[in-house]
Design a protein around this ligand. Structure first.
Ligand code: GDP
Length: 321
C-alpha cells in the first residue's frame, strides 16, 4: 500500500519543492489539486476532497505570503485568507481521520524583540513586529489549533517554523515579494540596463537568516517522518508542536545586497531608501532542537542565490509575480 500524501499549496514555492522531493519516492501516492480544482477557502469543497481521498499525511504549505510591503498594505487579506484556509484544511483533515499533518508557519510568529537566536519557547512572550502582525496572528492560531487537536484528539499535527525562505518558484513581484526575489529582479534589470545604481529598501542594517527552499522541503519531510517519541522528547513545553527550521546564521541586508550584486553581476552602486521600513531588527532562529534531532541545512546563501539566479534566468518569461 502506498502512503497517500496531500500537499496543500503544491504550486507555491515550498509546496512545489516538497512535491519535487516526494515524487522521487516510489511508495508515495501524491494527492494534488490546483486552485481551480479545489478552493481551500471553501470549507465544503475541502471537506469533500478529504473525505473522498482520505490522505495518510497532509503537508499544509498553502498560504497567502508576501514581503514587508505586501504585509503592511494588505493586512486584511493576510489575516483572513490564512485563517480560513488553515482552519478549513486542519478541520477537514481531522474529520477525514488524518493522523499526521505538518503545518508550515513562519519565524515572524515570535516577538519582535525576542532574545536571539530565537528558541521555540519564545512564542507568545512579547508583542509582535507590527509590519506583519496579522499574518503572524493567523500562523499562531494555526499552531495553537494543531496543539489543541493533539491534546483533545490525540492526533500528531506538527508545525515547522521556517526562517526567511527563497529559491525556485518564488514570487518575484517588485513591490510585494520578499527581499531576495525583489532584489534579484531589481539587480538583474539594473545590470541589463547598465544602470550605475540600484535601490535597496531601509537602512541595510536589519539582519535576516535565509534558507534555500530545497533545504526547507527536506526539513519538512524529515520532521513529518520523525518517530513520535523522538519528536516529543525534545519538546520545550508540554504539547508544544512547533519546531524551528533555519540555518542558524544571518547576514545584514547590506551584506545580502553585496552578495546579490556579485551573483547577478551588477557592478554599480547600492543606494538605501530609508523611507522604506526596516521591519524587525533581527530574527535569527535557534535551530538546535532540529539539529539535535539529526537535521541540518546544506545550501549556503551564495550557492543558493546562484541556483536561484540560474532558475530565474531560465524562467524569466513565466515568473510568478
Ligand atoms: P521581513 O523579513 O518580514 O521584514 O520581509 P522582507 O523579506 O520583505 O524584508 C526583509 C528586509 O529586507 C527588510 O528590512 C526590508 O526593508 C529589506 N529590503 C531591502 N530591499 C527590499 C526589497 O526590495 N523588497 C523587500 N521586500 N524588502 C527589502
Amino acid at each position: 500500500m502506498k502512503t497517500r500524501i496531500f500537499v496543500a499549496g503544491h504550486k507555491g514555492m515550498v509546496g512545489s519543492a516538497i512535491v519535487r522531493q516526494l515524487s522521487k519516492e516510489s511508495d508515495i501516492n501524491l494527492l494534488l489539486a490546483s486552485k481551480s480544482e479545489l478552493d481551500l477557502r471553501d470549507y465544503s469543497a475541502v471537506e469533500e476532497f478529504m473525505q473522498q481521498h482520505k490522505p495518510d499525511q497532509v503537508y499544509f504549505a498553502a498560504a497567502r505570503v508576501g514581503g514587508i510591503h505586501a504585509n503592511n498594505t494588505y493586512p486584511a487579506d493576510f489575516i483572513i485568507d490564512n485563517l480560513v484556509i488553515q482552519t478549513n484544511v486542519i478541520q477537514a483533515a481531522y474529520n477525514a481521520g488524518v493522523h499526521k499533518l505538518l503545518f508550515l508557519g513562519s519565524s515572524c510568529i515570535y516577538p519582535q524583540l525576542s532574545k536571539q537566536p530565537i528558541t521555540e519557547d519564545s512564542l507568545l512572550t512579547g508583542t509582535l513586529e507590527p509590519t506583519n502582525e496579522p499574518y503572524a496572528i493567523a500562523k499562531i492560531a494555526g499552531i495553537k489549533m494543531c496543539e489543541s487537536y493533539n491534546r483533545q484528539y490525540g492526533v500528531d499535527y506538527r508545525c515547522v517554523m521556517p526562517t526567511n525562505l527563497y529559491g525556485e518558484n518564488d514570487n518575484f513581484h517588485p513591490l510585494n515579494a520578499h527581499v531576495i526575489p525583489a532584489m534579484m529582479q531589481r539587480f538583474h534589470k539594473a545590470k541589463i540596463a547598465t544602470e550605475n545604481k540600484v535601490v535597496v529598501w531601509g537602512t541595510g542594517k536589519p539582519m535576516r537568516e535565509f534558507l534555500h527552499v530545497s533545504d526547507m522541503a527536506a526539513g519538512c519531510i524529515y520532521v513529518m517522518n520523525l518517530p513520535h517519541p523522538e519528536f516529543i522528547a525534545t519538546v520545550p513545553k508540554p504539547m508544544c508542536s512547533h519546531i524551528n527550521v533555519g540555518t542558524g546564521r544571518d547576514v545584514t541586508i547590506l551584506e545580502l545586497a553585496n552578495t546579490m550584486a556579485r551573483v547577478v553581476g551588477f557592478k554599480g552602486d547600492i543606494e538605501f531608501d530609508v523611507s522604506k521600513p526596516d521591519g524587525t531588527p533581527r530574527k535569527l532562529l535557534n535551530v538546535s532542537r532540529l539539529k539535535s534531532l539529526g537535521w541540518s541545512y546544506t545550501v549556503d546563501l551564495e550557492q543558493g542565490l546562484e541556483m536561484t539566479y540560474d532558475w530565474f534566468l531560465e524562467n524569466l518569461a513565466t515568473l510568478r509575480s
